[in-house]
Design a protein around this ligand. Structure first.
Ligand SMILES: [Zn+2]
Length: 362
């Protein structure tokens, strides 16, 4: 157990270990980089390494403090989950207590001012059990604006034994004053070889689908760890049917069955609102791939490499104009996703718009 278990981003890990070796871990750090590359995982590892009894630039996972740290993190996660379930907003932040190693995440859409107040009052006391206290603020971009100044004040006069690790995909979403207080550690998408080994060993993805799966998770270890080929294909299928429908060869000869299958696809796309974001991302990925093949782009950057002949057909028949309409439809759906609108009607209208744009009266 230790940093060697962290997948990808070896430069970032080395930088942290060097910092630890010379007792140079700063009071405030910002871990940034795309979703699913392990920013929070690495922050939790650093919290342990700062306290491990046996190792200086790593953590053993076995000593009392390493085990205790794990327990604290598990308890904070349970506490956060419990609070998110509380209906009465004012009671969600009742009785907050923070451990020496504390994960702070949004309870509502925000990290609330009460959470930061609790951080401040804890930060200026001596750590209870550990030599160093570590506050991990995950999704730091969600810190409520009213709480940012409060956090800034604490970070300006940081208590000696306390470290703050802000975790945030895009640092520009943070207020500049907050950002400038922190030493930034940039994480990158994880290299294909690491992703492939996760997909092979943990997800048992067969060799023939490995490239597709690797591209589908685009450098995210978290996504690789939960990737299922069947789910991927299931969520892609209605898009394939939709595109097959709007890019049919002979539109005037579209049969009742063709229309039925097209509208079934729009129905499936609109179902399952909780996965709408994912649905839309799949749509965007297919659109991007189709555009790439239309412009004879590099096949190395296609995600849906198993669909190349189809992508070419869609591109040739829809043309730039049709694809532009498709993009506008996706953007519109993306914009409306949080509202309770009937997306199926939107997809149907889009299909009809594209088909009639290809010169057929429907
Ligand atoms: Zn240890």
């Amino acid at each position: 157990m230790g940093f060697q278990d962290f997948l990808g981003n070896p430069q970032a890990v080395t930088a942290l270990r060097e910092m630890l070796a010379r007792d140079g871990a700063p009071g405030s750090l910002l871990f940034t980089g795309p979703e699913g590359v392990g920013k929070k995982t690495l922050a939790m590892m650093l919290a342990k390494a700062l306290n491990c009894e046996r190792l200086k630039d790593d953590f053993c996972g076995k000593c009392f403090r390493c085990r205790k740290a794990e327990e604290m993190l598990a308890l904070t996660r349970e506490d956060l989950a419990r609070r998110r379930e509380i209906k009465d907003a004012s009671r969600r932040v009742e009785g907050l207590t923070y451990f020496d190693i504390q994960l702070i995440e949004p309870i509502t859409r925000f990290i609330l001012i009460e959470q930061i107040r609790q951080l401040r009052s804890t930060a200026y006391t001596r750590p209870f059990e550990f030599p160093r206290r570590v506050f991990i603020l995950d999704q730091a971009q969600a810190i409520h604006w009213q709480a940012v100044d409060l956090l800034l004040k604490v970070m300006e006069e940081p208590p000696e034994t306390t470290h703050f690790i802000l975790v945030c995909p895009n640092p520009h979403e943070l207020r500049a004053t907050l950002r400038s207080r922190c030493l930034k550690l940039q994480l990158h998408p994880v290299e294909d070889s690491v992703i492939q080994s996760v997909l092979k060993t943990e997800r048992k993805i067969p060799e023939r689908s490995l490239t597709l799966a690797t591209r589908a998770v685009s450098g995210s270890v978290a996504r690789a760890k939960r990737f299922a080929l069947a789910d991927f294909e299931r969520s892609r299928q209605p898009w394939v049917a939709f595109l097959d429908g709007i890019a049919a060869k002979d539109l005037s000869a579209l049969t009742a069955a063709d229309w039925k299958s097209l509208f079934e696809a729009t129905k499936t796309l609109a179902e399952n609102r909780s996965e709408l974001e994912q649905t839309l991302q799949m749509g965007y990925a297919l659109l991007r791939d189709t555009l790439l093949t239309l412009k004879n782009g590099d096949e190395q950057s296609l995600m849906n490499i198993d669909l190349i002949p189809r992508l070419k057909t869609w591109g040739a028949r829809l043309g730039l104009e049709g694809l532009e309409k498709l993009k506008r439809g996706l953007d519109e759906a993306y914009r409306l996703q949080t509202r309770n609108v009937n997306q199926q009607l939107g997809w149907e209208a889009l299909a009809i718009e594209i088909i009639s744009g290809r010169g057929v009266t429907v």
